[in-house]
Design a binder for this molecule. Structure first.
Ligand SMILES: [Zn+2]
Length: 404
């Protein structure tokens, strides 16, 4: 009897001890997102991990304790981006991945806790070493300054890479639609006399909200236009809206809700905590930039009235909310929700290249209208506007001047 009780007790003890000998963490998938200036590697994990990154000549090793790779590595030819081949080697107490890297490449890594559709993630960012980057960029800065410059419009395709944005019923990803419209808009702007477009992303990869602001400022953008096509709680919500930054509260509950979702993009797209702290620090001083906010409102009104001709407007007034991506201190910034991807009819339209083109044309017209009135000093457009004014004044003073 005692012996049987002892055996039963042993069984119970064994069962209790089981969770202590933790099951290995599964590496459920590996995604690679090559961007023009960095390459991101994301590992999907079944739980939190301990890991180590070691740098060796031409390669980086990621050693993850108590983990196992349960899915095949993605087929990756290593032709694009900074990552060469990727392979997995058997390791004694965990998993080990070897990344072949191009010369002068550095790595930064961080883990992310579960958020929305994602579980635990380990992110490794490969980027060119600072010295190598400076050497590449130097000749560009040595260019002689041009006397008159083009107006620069930064176009920001919302979401990308790890962050698909909102999802339509038919499975359309917001990130795909925003990029398609952004590229069309950039092409139209580049065709305009005196205007030039810069895309904050031009492929399927994630750019942090701060990264988007920085890119616009690096290119000395005169305007920042963020393109979105979000979902809303009610599927019948429809139409375009244009937003500017609100230094105070949001103009409606819906606007606040949308801004909160957009601001969470960094959590989905993957930004390490340090970067987020920097972002907060860099935007806190910006809230008093009323001139920028007024200019933003001006251009937003022009764009909204052009969008009115393409389809429904969600709201007939420019909306305001605390969108992080609009917080440039010195670049007027607007965010356009082109339509609601959660509305099946609008999702259908958003997938249509002709409709995307119409939306891009409307935004371009609004932007052009704004810059013909308010061209920044030193630009081709400002000089032309000045000349036109002078001619008009001369003609006003001397009606026969035109004939001379
Ligand atoms: Zn969005």
């Amino acid at each position: 009897m005692m012996r049987r009780l002892g055996a039963a007790l042993m069984l119970i003890l064994t069962a209790m001890a089981m969770p202590l000998a933790a099951a290995p963490v599964d590496i459920q998938g590996v995604r690679i997102w090559p961007a023009p200036d960095n390459t991101r590697l994301v590992l999907d994990l079944s739980g939190p991990v301990q890991y180590q990154l070691t740098r060796q000549a031409g390669r980086i090793e990621i050693q993850i304790s108590d983990a196992r790779l349960v899915s095949p590595l993605p087929a990756y030819d290593g032709k694009k981006g900074l990552l060469g081949k990727i392979e997995s080697l058997p390791a004694l107490d965990g998993a080990s991945l070897t990344l072949q890297i191009k010369p002068g490449v550095e790595a930064k890594s961080f883990t992310l806790k579960p958020y929305e559709q994602y579980g635990h993630r380990l992110v490794v960012d490969l980027y060119p070493a600072a010295a190598a980057k400076a050497a590449v960029e130097q000749p560009r800065e040595a260019k002689p300054a041009v006397p008159l410059r083009d107006v620069v419009v930064a176009i920001d395709a919302g979401h990308g890479g790890e962050d698909p944005g909102a999802l339509g019923k038919r499975g359309t990803h917001e990130k795909t639609i925003t990029l398609a419209i952004a590229r069309k808009l950039a092409a139209l702007i580049n065709k305009e006399h005196g205007m030039k477009a810069v895309l904050t992303r031009d492929g399927d990869y994630y750019v942090s909200l701060r990264g988007r602001i920085n890119k616009a400022r690096e290119h000395k953008a005169d305007l920042f236009v963020s393109i979105h096509a979000d979902a809303f709680l009610r599927p019948e919500a429809r139409g375009s809206s244009v937003f500017t930054l609100s230094p105070r509260g949001a103009s409606s509950e819906a606007a606040r809700w949308l801004a909160e979702r957009e601001n969470a993009a960094d959590l989905v797209g993957g930004v390490s905590l340090n970067d987020k702290d920097d972002l907060l620090a860099s935007v806190l001083l910006d809230l008093s930039q009323t001139a920028t906010i007024e200019a933003s409102h001006d251009v937003a009104s022009s764009v909204l009235s052009e969008l009115d001709g393409v389809g429904d407007l969600h709201k007939s007034e420019v909306q305001q909310a605390g969108f992080m991506v609009l917080k440039s201190p010195d670049v007027p910034s607007i965010l356009i929700e082109t339509a609601f991807i959660s509305n099946p009819r609008e999702e259908q339209k958003l997938r249509d290249a002709r409709h995307q083109e119409k939306l891009a044309q409307a935004v371009m017209k609004g932007v052009r209208e704004y810059f013909t009135r308010k061209a920044p000093p030193g630009t081709v457009l400002a000089e032309e506007a000045r000349r036109k004014r002078t001619v008009a004044q001369d003609e006003g003073a001397n009606p026969s001047a035109r004939r001379l």
